[in-house]
Design a protein around this ligand. Sequence first.
Ligand code: ZN
Length: 339
Amino acid sequence: MTGLRERLDRDVVLSAEGYLFELERRGYVKSGPFVPEAVLDFPDAVRELHREFLRAGAEVMVAFTYYGHREKLRMIGREQDLEPLNRNALRIAKEVAAEGDALVAGNICNTWVYDPDAPESSGEVVREMYREQVGWAVEEGADFIISETNDYVGEALIGLEVIQEFGLPSLVSFASSSSDRTIDGYDLDEACKRLEDEGADVVGLNCSRGPETMLPILDRIRTAVSCAVAAQPAPYRTTPEQPTMQALRDADGARVFPLALDPFLCTRFDLADFAISARDLGVNYMGVCCGGAPHHVRSMAEALGRNAPASRYSPDLSLHPILGDHVQEKEKKFANWKD
Ligand SMILES: [Zn+2]
């Protein structure tokens, strides 16, 4: 098995996230706090979703520790479960990664503790939270660490420093807010450049934006940095007027995030198109974020010219009884739409 850096040199690395939303839909995560309690309470559900992403062609099993940090565990009264949750998440990811040729990524994220008006004092709290999580991930055998959904360059830099303390390759990505800037005032391409300058292996974007509104920013990031670029959109049909999933509104003008996003979900074909466009822009690491499911990832893998284990069951509509090549006269009455 080769490491992240070697794989990035060789080809696009296909990943997958979206564990939070998918396990929420399946009834194992509570929307709102969004804490990955399922790692302890329903490990089989987490294991199965890892396996589905692996079969869909994901080359990275991302440990389900998003929002598995001290602040969030304290909020739901499970602070004593912090270490077992983190260690279990890594073990589950590692176990499934070994069923294929996948890497294991530890995962740290936005903490809601960092305060740009008090960067020193709040930053120290964040640093300790990251140190314990990254430390457990390293002990459990992570191949690299992802710091994701960053809203502040200041917090992202702390994440990168902690990853570097432990000597693992790093991927640092920002959740692109509707203003094209981080909350502490950096354009997203400039933010990525700051992280590259400090030694991040991979920089880029995840979450918030759908494929359509993420691509133009990826183009700017690709121009701004020379290191590897990551792109993991939330697979929703965002628009220039409503550029993030948080900004999407229904016909009555009501916010649909996070519980009524379904009508905006991208198709597998949208994600296949995204994979091609992102690859052609020079994106090196891609996947899906919140809202993504295994069928999206398989389509991306196939668009990249790959044959995933789950490709065995990829569609063959030529065998469909109504849409197929050998439709009998008596079946034609089922195809009652206007052509
Ligand atoms: Zn996300």
